[in-house]
Design a protein around this ligand. Structure first.
Ligand SMILES: Nc1nc2c(ncn2[C@@H]2O[C@H](COP(=O)(O)OP(=O)(O)O)[C@@H](O)[C@H]2O)c(=O)[nH]1
Ligand SMILES: [Mg+2]
Length: 231
């Protein structure tokens, strides 16, 4: 089935290895989301990730429609041979990156050929949403402007936890609201967002499906941009 035309990066052959990158501050639950999806449980200890890659086999993924963001940016289906509504199986190679800032060089190496960035924050850590906007988004945009991103707000299970609400108040903070996440998704240029809990498993399967589906899109290159020629 392979014609010469198929031998570029954007063919359905690449479904064998679709590269997904998780980013976000340490301890927001990136590793836990993946572990919960794979095994149905999470490790209560926080073990900082150095480099982790897991392969997830995803069945019956529905090829998505194109997406247009409120600012007009378009994300289009970018896999030859696929049409919106098709049902496919995919292998996701998910890179669970270290959140610590000192691993920046390591992360940059991982970003090449990514098909989707999953930006993770935790609703009990307002700062983890702020750093997505200030630090992580810049790092991602530097790596590629064409790769779609989604926003995942974890720890939905603690939303009404009086002890955590009190702790946040004592430090002059509040739980991150649903509206704040919605607004942040727009500001970040995320093509979708979802609230999950790795602890209870709430929306974890939906989240992984969303990841698989959205990785098939790519930001449409703007027409009419002056292309530099070197002579
Ligand atoms: N309450 C609650 N705790 C969570 C959830 N997800 C992860 N955690 C805890 O948060 C801590 C950090 O999780 P981890 O997955 O290591 O974060 P990472 O650094 O982003 O990979 C661990 O103690 C987890 O048990 C969640 O959905 N709810
Ligand atoms: Mg981790």
């Amino acid at each position: 089935m392979n014609t010469d035309e198929d031998m570029n990066e954007e063919t359905a052959d690449n479904l064998e290895a679709t590269k997904i990158i998780f980013v976000g501050d340490g301890a927001v639950g990136k590793t836990s989301i993946l572990t919960r999806f794979q095994t149905g449980g999470i490790d209560p200890e926080h073990v900082p990730t150095i480099v982790g890659m897991v392969t997830l086999k995803m069945k019956d993924i529905t090829v998505p429609e194109d997406v247009t963001l409120t600012d007009g940016t378009q994300y289009r289906l970018d896999m030859e041979g696929l049409r919106a509504g098709d049902s496919i199986d995919m292998n996701l190679h998910v890179f669970d990156t270290p959140g610590q800032i000192e691993f920046e060089r390591l992360r940059r190496l991982q970003y090449s050929k990514a098909r989707l960035f999953v930006m993770v924050c935790s609703i009990d850590k307002p700062n983890s949403l702020l750093t997505l906007k200030t630090a992580w988004n810049k790092e991602i945009e530097n790596a590629s402007k064409y790769v779609p991103k989604i926003l995942v707000a974890n720890k939905e299970d603690v939303r009404d936890d009086p002890r955590i609400i009190k702790d946040l108040h004592e430090n002059g903070m509040d739980m991150v609201t649903r509206e704040q996440i919605q607004k942040a998704a727009m500001e970040l240029g995320a093509i979708d967002h979802i609230f999950v809990s790795a602890l209870t498993g709430y929306k974890i399967n939906e989240c992984m499906k969303m990841i698989a589906e959205k990785s098939l899109l790519r930001r449409r290159e703007r027409r009419g941009i002056f292309r530099c020629t070197l002579f």
